[in-house]
Design a protein around this ligand. Structure first.
Ligand code: NAD
Length: 306
């Protein structure tokens, strides 16, 4: 760096003095002291003293978007089986029969708040309601999403906007609204975004370039949010499922070459059950993952290795 670079003015800081009058550290030792002061102010993600190191969600209140069916509902089941105090599904649709059955199994611990994650006010209202009812929120899983299978040349702008609005903007605002609430409450929250195997390559079973773009966007975003929010004790990660048996993948097993493809797969030549993803989410939501942030966990068996 040239000697003058210190006084260049990208942030409105001139001659070593910030706009608020604070002297900007310029020597190596001043910088070390400032960094150590900043570290002291940050909230550590370390668990509380006496932590028993069990992977559990005991006492935790978790919000999952799109948990009325499919992957979200599977994750909800595994969170509840691992002692989450309460799981809230923030979903647009009315609860499915499967959701109601799970609600019966975990009486009073699985709740539904009608929410449209493409509308910020709706997400905010849901998060406020969770805190009002349950006293806190500790985890947010930004999971609601959709796909559209169609050759790239056939997509028009409204179709693209619909996909990005739900998968990217929806996830983004779920993350930021949850993070602001964690900061307000002084909670070391954990955020997990559902990305996809196709975030780093094509879906060979069906053309869906814009969908892959949305999943790459959220996977990348998780890493930067993790960096920005670690000083608040907030962790942000993503999970990339392969093919999971839900309404979204009805077509996979109907492909004429499915049986043939299966002949070549060792290991797990099948679609995953939504619950089979749950352990990864539970880990990331738990205090045992206190040093895990900014990563993506791929959960796609062998089928996803195409
Ligand atoms: N199924 C798979 O194989 C697969 C693989 C990788 C990633 N994913 C991702 O997993 C997530 C869940 O997928 P799924 O297969 O369970 O899909 P799904 O269609 O079965 O479930 C999606 C849920 O999201 C809800 N939802 C839709 N729009 C919403 C909105 N605006 N506000 C709130 N909720 C809304 C739906 O009502 C539904 O309950 C998605 O993000 C998807 O991209 C799925």
């Amino acid at each position: 760096m040239s000697p003058t670079a210190v006084n260049e003015n990208p942030n409105g800081i001139a001659n070593g003095v910030a706009p608020n009058g604070v002297q900007k550290p310029t020597t190596g030792n001043e910088m070390l002291a400032a960094a150590s002061e900043a570290r002291a102010k940050a909230i550590s993600t370390l668990p509380a003293e006496g932590f028993d190191w069990r992977i559990t969600l005991e006492g935790k209140v978790i919000a999952i978007t799109g948990a009325n069916r499919g992957i979200g509902l599977g994750i909800a089941e595994v969170c509840l089986a691992n002692s989450a105090a309460r799981v809230y599904s923030l979903d647009l649709l009315e609860p499915t029969d499967d959701f109601l059955a799970l609600q019966k199994r975990f009486t009073g611990r699985l709740l539904y708040l009608q929410t449209d994650v493409t509308v910020e006010e709706s997400i905010q209202a849901a998060v406020d309601k969770i805190v009002e009812e349950s006293g806190a929120i500790h985890g947010m899983i930004a999971n609601a999403g959709m796909t559209k299978h169609q050759p790239a040349l056939d997509f028009d702008r409204p179709q693209l906007e619909k996909l990005f609005n739900l998968n990217v903007f929806g996830a983004y605002f779920c993350c930021t609204i949850a993070a602001k609430k964690f900061i307000e409450l002084g909670v070391k929250g954990s955020i997990v975004i559902t990305s996809s195997k196709v975030s780093d390559g094509p879906n060979r079973a069906a053309p869906s370039a814009p969908y892959g773009g949305t999943k790459a966007a959220v996977r990348n975003m998780a890493r930067t949010l993790a960096m920005e929010w670690s000083k608040y004790g907030i962790r942000v990660n993503s999970i990339s499922p392969g093919f999971v048996r839900t309404a979204m993948t009805y077509y996979v097993e109907t492909a004429p070459d499915w049986d043939l493809k299966m002949q070549y797969y060792g290991g797990m030549p099948r679609l995953a059950l939504p619950q089979e993803l749950g352990g990864a989410y539970v880990y990331l939501l738990s205090d045992c993952a206190s040093y895990t942030t900014g990563i993506d966990i791929p959960v796609f068996g062998v089928v996803g290795a195409w």
